[in-house]
Design a protein around this ligand. Structure first.
Ligand SMILES: [Fe+2]
Length: 155
């Protein structure tokens, strides 16, 4: 197969607003769920791809979201964390379903960056929120937890 016959992962994942609550320097971790958190457990996973559908090994993912009540932690780093995708571009985040806050559907903010690449800043939405389909994770309930799948396509 020539390069022109490579499968396409479709257009790059759209950007979305960073919003006012990003804080650099979140701890490296794959679980944001606080001990005793009352929010519904959510497992968000997927793969980071290039435009020609190759996985991006060790992409950096920097997540931030509200707690189940819709509040950001602006003093500390609750519900904020960074991780690296594995050698196959896969990532897996354990968290809770973020709350709604006035004027916004539930969402998780994320910055995704291939090693040495440009930063994609966007937001992931859930269910029938009115948000763009290209930014909406597929969600299923399995083994008592919400399992959401979202793949990124980097520019
Ligand atoms: Fe937000």
């Amino acid at each position: 197969m020539g390069a022109s016959a490579q499968p396409s992962c479709g257009p790059p994942t759209p950007r979305d607003a960073e919003g006012p609550f990003y804080k650099p320097g979140a701890p490296k971790r794959s679980s944001l769920a606080e001990p005793g958190a009352k929010g519904e457990r959510l497992l968000l996973s997927g793969t980071v791809y290039t435009r020609d559908c190759k996985p991006v090994p060790h992409a950096l993912l920097d997540f931030w979201q509200t707690d189940e009540k819709g509040d950001y932690d602006n003093a500390g780093f609750r519900y904020r964390g960074q991780m690296l995708a594995d050698a196959s571009g896969r990532y897996r985040l354990e968290t809770v379903l973020p709350g709604e806050y006035p004027g916004r559907p539930r969402h998780i903010h994320v910055k995704v960056q291939a090693p040495g690449g440009r930063v994609l800043t966007t937001q992931i939405y859930f269910g029938n929120s009115g948000a763009p389909a290209k930014l909406t994770a597929k969600v299923a309930k399995r083994e008592g937890a919400l399992q959401a799948v979202f793949d990124f396509v980097l520019q």
